[in-house]
Design a protein around this ligand. Structure first.
Ligand code: PLP
Length: 424
């Protein structure tokens, strides 16, 4: 009885020291729990509570989740606690739980997940690991991010592989046709983005992987924008590898990522970056040369050494945060905001060119556009002057703009951008 009273007094005195904003945040943490229930995509009161959990300043309008996703307080707090664990008690800790948690989130098994620092890291592991010889062909898009272009261009320079490119089409069916037309006897790899960084259209990766399988090709996906935006099942997609990060749509700590390598593909994908943890546990420098039997019997063979345990505590918390809301609820909300953006851009008629497909299966939370008669860089600068963050797309001469919105955004913020377009 007295113990409860003491607890009550302690909680009451803590509450008394909180600011109104902190009280709102505490309350919002409770309000966003869905326990599996469906949340309407336009339930603004619910999504406003979600917004309260992000430290994003009100001075800026952040419409650039495609570059990185700001973390909510629960992720920041967990990351701090994870780091304090090591730094206070001198306890290295463990990241052992993270691959399993990620695997469950993306429809894979724990032994198929390698921890990385970012998407680029994972793409390099996959790109370098594929056995290729001079003259072998790799299919890319004309919409690659540097992270899925440079690794292949480097192999082109060092190993004489050949890069073939196609431009993603307005429909998934036509995109597939364009890929199929590039395949010949020398083709070995289709290395495709799931969602290009340029216009954000969702490419038909399941069909692309099936096509690769039918033709005996490797399917390596740049999945920078997949997890956290789409409900994912990598086994169902059927890719050989899927490189991604936790710092975009998963809203996790920056500099965290992972690479999925299909279990049966692990003895084909050569490993180059070995170290502590990537061996099977029986290495011996004096007697035992590295043989395939020495590799960890999991995707752990692709990474080794000390890991950022504090950050991975944050990744675990990011998955918990997403699951508190529900990935289906998140997907529906951001697809709704993406459609709202598309509709508003289309209202400008021929004054604005929407470059993202409107096809239902190909669109979600990212939209690319150009404004007639205004240089994309000029409009980008105007946005910065007006404290709106979007992205300019200079990749491969596309010279366009990109707006990408997540669960912390609302229609009023998109309207701010639309009003600015009207003004110019
Ligand atoms: C499609 C795509 N691929 C790769 C990357 C590289 O990601 P990271 O910076 O995490 O390596 C990005 C980053 O924006 C991207 O959008």
């Amino acid at each position: 009885m007295s113990f409860n009273r003491r607890n009550f007094i302690r909680s009451a005195s803590i509450l008394a020291t909180l600011s109104i904003a902190e009280m709102e945040t505490l309350n919002a943490k409770e309000q966003i729990k869905t326990s599996g229930k469906v949340i309407a995509q336009d339930d603004e009161a619910y999504w406003q509570n979600v917004r309260l959990l992000f430290p994003l300043t009100k001075d800026w309008t952040y419409l650039n989740n495609g570059t990185f996703g700001p973390s909510p307080y629960p992720v920041i707090e967990a990351t701090r606690a994870g780091m304090m664990d090591a730094d206070q008690a001198g306890n290295y800790g463990s990241y052992d739980a993270t691959p399993g948690k990620i695997a469950q989130f993306v429809g894979a098994n724990a032994d198929e997940i390698a921890l990385t620092h970012n998407v680029t890291d994972g793409i390099n592991i996959a790109c370098w690991g594929v056995p290729l010889k001079k003259g072998d062909e790799v299919i890319l898009t004309t919409h690659e991010h540097v992270g899925n272009a440079y690794p292949w261009m480097n192999r082109q320079k060092l190993h004489g592989i050949v890069i073939k490119k196609y431009t993603p089409a307005a429909t998934a069916a036509e995109t597939l046709n364009r890929i199929a037309e590039l395949i010949n006897k020398k083709t070995r790899v289709i290395a495709t983005p799931h969602i290009p960084c340029t216009a954000g259209q969702i490419l038909p990766v399941k069909e692309i992987c099936q096509l690769a399988k039918d033709k005996g090709l490797f399917s390596l996906i740049d999945g920078a924008h997949g997890p956290g935006m789409l409900p994912l099942n990598l086994h169902d997609i059927g890719c050989d590898t899927y490189a991604t990060c936790s710092h975009k749509w998963m809203l996790g700590p920056k500099g965290t990522g992972f690479l999925y390598v299909r279990k049966e593909f692990q003895d084909t994908l050569q490993t180059f970056g070995m170290g502590g943890g990537s061996e099977s546990g029986k290495w011996d420098l004096m007697t035992d040369p590295v043989t395939p039997g020495n590799y960890a019997q999991s995707a752990h063979r692709y990474f080794g050494g000390t890991q950022a345990n504090g950050l991975y505590t944050g990744v675990n918390a990011a998955i918990d945060f997403i699951e508190t809301i529900g990935i289906a609820n998140i997907h529906n909300r951001i697809k709704y905001l993406g459609k709202y953006t598309q509709d508003k851009l289309l209202e400008f008629g021929d004054k604005v060119e929407l470059i993202t497909p409107t096809e239902e299966r190909s669109r979600c939370a990212v939209n690319g556009f150009r404004i007639k008669n205004i240089e994309f860089t000029k409009f980008y600068d105007i946005c910065v002057e007006n404290k709106i963050r979007i992205r300019s797309v200079q990749e491969n001469g596309l010279n366009s703009l990109r707006v990408s919105t997540h669960i912390y955004n609302n229609k009023e913020e998109i309207d701010k951008l639309i009003d600015l377009i009207k003004k110019v």
